[in-house]
Design a protein around this ligand. Structure first.
Ligand code: WQD
Length: 336
C-alpha cells in the first residue's frame, strides 16, 4: 500500500481528500497544526471510511519537526494543503502568510528531496489569474499581480515548486482550485465555521439557518448578466477526487512535464444571485439578502476551461451547484 502524507489533512479540502485517498486504497498520514481545524475531524474521517489515518500534530514552521517526521515515516507522495487562506487577514498580516505558506513549503520540499520522496501535489488557486482577460480561463492564461499576500503565496509557491522540479528528482502537479463548496454526503465532514464566514456559501447557509441576520451581496453593478459577480463553484468531493487522479499520474510516471498545472473547476460560471436562487430551490429555505457596495479586491468573473484536466487527467466534475448547496445545508443542519 502506498503511503501518502496529507499536510493540513484535518482541514476542509484536506479531510475530504483523505477520505477519497482511503477509499482508493492509500495509507494516509496527516500532519496538521490544528490552527484552523479540529482533531475531532480525525474520528469523523475514521467513521466514514472505517480506517484511522495516522496523525502527527506538527507545526510545519518547526524545521526540526519536519526533518524528524521524514525520518519516522516512509512516504510515497505528499499532498500539501497546509497554509493560511483568509484573503482579508493576509492583507493585515502579510508576514504571517509568507512564513506560514512559503517557509513551510520550502521545509517540506527540502525534506522530500533529502528522503527521495518525488511526488508532490500542491493546493493552488485560480486567484493566480486575477481578473483573466479571457473567459473561460485556461492554464495558459497569464498570471496577474496578486491582489493579496494570500494570492502572492500561491503564485510564489508555484514558482518555488517549478524551479525545484527543474534541478531535482521532484515531480509536481499544482491544482488551481476555483471555488470549493459543499460537504461530504454523510455530513460528517464539511467546512468548519470559525468566526464570521468570509466566503459566500457559508454565509448563505448561516443566513438560512438564522445564525446571520442578512447576507450582503457585494455589488450588483458588475458587467455580468444579472450584475452580480460570477464564480465557478465546485463540489469539494469532486475537487478531492481530482487530487487522487493527479497523484496517480505522478505515481505512474504519466506526467508530461516535471511540473504541471491544472484548473480544477466545473467550467460553469454562476453569479451570486444564481447561488442564492439555487440554494433556495435545493433546500426550500429562504435567504434574506441585501445589495451593498462591491468588496475591495473582488473580480468580476472567473470560471475554468477544464479541457486540460478532462483530457489529460481524465477527471471531470460530476456534481452540480444545487447538489453542492444541498450538501452544505445538510452539513449546517448537522452542526446543530
Ligand atoms: C464569491 C463571490 C463575492 C461573500 C476566495 C478566495 C480564493 C478562494 C475562494 C482560497 C464574490 C461574493 C461573498 C459575501 C458576497 N480561497 N460574496 N457576499 O472571493 O471568489 O474567492 O475564496 O483558495 O482564493 O479569493 O470567494 O466566496 O469570498 O466570494 O456577495 O458575504 O461571492 O463578492 O463575488 P472568492 P468568496
Amino acid at each position: 500500500m502506498k503511503k501518502i502524507l496529507v499536510t493540513g489533512g484535518l482541514g476542509y479540502i484536506g479531510s475530504h481528500t483523505v477520505v477519497e485517498l482511503q477509499n482508493t486504497g492509500f495509507e494516509v498520514v496527516i500532519i496538521d497544526d490544528l490552527s484552523n481545524s479540529s482533531k475531532e475531524v480525525l474520528s469523523r474521517i475514521t467513521s466514514i471510511t472505517g480506517i484511522k489515518p495516522d496523525f502527527e500534530e506538527i507545526d510545519l514552521k518547526n524545521k526540526q519537526a519536519v526533518e524528524q517526521f521524514f525520518k519516522n515515516y516512509s512516504i510515497d507522495g505528499v499532498i500539501h494543503f497546509a497554509a493560511s487562506k483568509a484573503v482579508g487577514e493576509s492583507v493585515n498580516e502579510p508576514l504571517k502568510y509568507y512564513e506560514n505558506n512559503i517557509t513551510t513549503l520550502t521545509y517540506v520540499l527540502k525534506e522530500m528531496i533529502a528522503n527521495q520522496v518525488p511526488n508532490f501535489i500542491f493546493s493552488s488557486s485560480c486567484t493566480v489569474y486575477g481578473q483573466a482577460d479571457e473567459l473561460p480561463i485556461t492554464e495558459n492564461a497569464p498570471t496577474k499581480p496578486a491582489e493579496s499576500p494570500y494570492g502572492a503565496t500561491k503564485k510564489m509557491g508555484e514558482i518555488i515548486i517549478e524551479d525545484t522540479t527543474k534541478v531535482t528528482a521532484l515531480k509536481a502537479i499544482a491544482l488551481r482550485y476555483f471555488n470549493p463548496i459543499g460537504a461530504h454526503e454523510t455530513s460528517k465532514i464539511g467546512e468548519l465555521p470559525l468566526g464570521v464566514p468570509q466566503n459566500l456559501v457559508p454565509f448563505v447557509v448561516q443566513t438560512a439557518a438564522g445564525i446571520r441576520e442578512c447576507l450582503s451581496v457585494f455589488g450588483d453593478d458588475y458587467n455580468t448578466p444579472d450584475g452580480t459577480a460570477v464564480r465557478d463553484y465546485i463540489h469539494v468531493v469532486d475537487l478531492a477526487k481530482a487530487h487522487i487522479v493527479a497523484l496517480n499520474r505522478l505515481l505512474n510516471n504519466e506526467n508530461k512535464a516535471t511540473c504541471e498545472f491544472f484548473n480544477i473547476g466545473t467550467g460553469k460560471g454562476s453569479s451570486v444571485l444564481d447561488v442564492i436562487n439555487a440554494f433556495e430551490k435545493a433546500t426550500n429555505k429562504k435567504v434574506n439578502y441585501k445589495i451593498v457596495a462591491r468588496r475591495a479586491g473582488d473580480i468580476t468573473a472567473a470560471y475554468a476551461d477544464t479541457s486540460l484536466a478532462n483530457n489529460e487527467l481524465g477527471w471531470k466534475a460530476e456534481l452540480g451547484l444545487e447538489e453542492a448547496l444541498a450538501s452544505s445545508w445538510k452539513w449546517q443542519e448537522s452542526l446543530k
